[in-house]
Design a protein around this ligand. Structure first.
Ligand code: SF4
Ligand code: SF4
Length: 135
């Protein structure tokens, strides 16, 4: 069994299609959905762990790509630029793993790198560009 942690972006035309059902039924994939959201552009975004044997995973990913789903592997190095952060808390609401939390004592937003799965949902959410990907 192999596991891949991915961000899947579905165009608006595919939102509502039973794609996860097909992944389970046709490709024998175990799906753990870590986060699901509809963006302002009405795209669907899923952060998922896909688990299955290597061939099935490969075929499932090909199936998704052929449908028009954009697949991004998770990048590892996300950081908060403390010089830019205004502690507005917008990112706290989008983070699926509580890697961004409000410290009630100081009323500041803290980034906990050990909890970050690098899903990148906070990157476009931050109005001050304070969440960064290290390349
Ligand atoms: S959205 Fe950006 S500015 Fe606001 S708390 Fe998060 S990192 Fe800081
Ligand atoms: S990339 Fe951002 S939203 Fe995703 S887990 Fe890390 S801190 Fe949370």
């Amino acid at each position: 069994m192999e596991k891949r942690r991915l961000v899947l972006t579905f165009p608006a035309s595919l939102v509502g299609e039973p794609i996860t059902y097909k992944l389970v039924k046709d490709y024998d994939i175990i799906i753990n959905i870590l986060k699901a959201q509809i963006t302002q552009e009405e795209e669907g975004k899923l952060v998922v762990d896909l688990q299955g044997n290597a061939n099935n995973l490969k075929d499932a990913i090909t199936y998704l790509k052929n449908l028009g789903v954009t697949i991004q592997p998770l990048k590892k190095d996300v950081r908060m630029n403390k010089n830019k952060c205004t502690h507005c808390t917008v990112c706290v609401t989008v983070c699926p793993t509580n890697a961004l939390v409000v410290d009630r004592k100081t009323m500041t937003v803290k980034f906990i790198p050990e909890k970050c799965i690098a899903c990148e949902l906070c990157i476009p959410a931050c109005p001050y560009k304070a969440m960064e990907i290290l390349l």
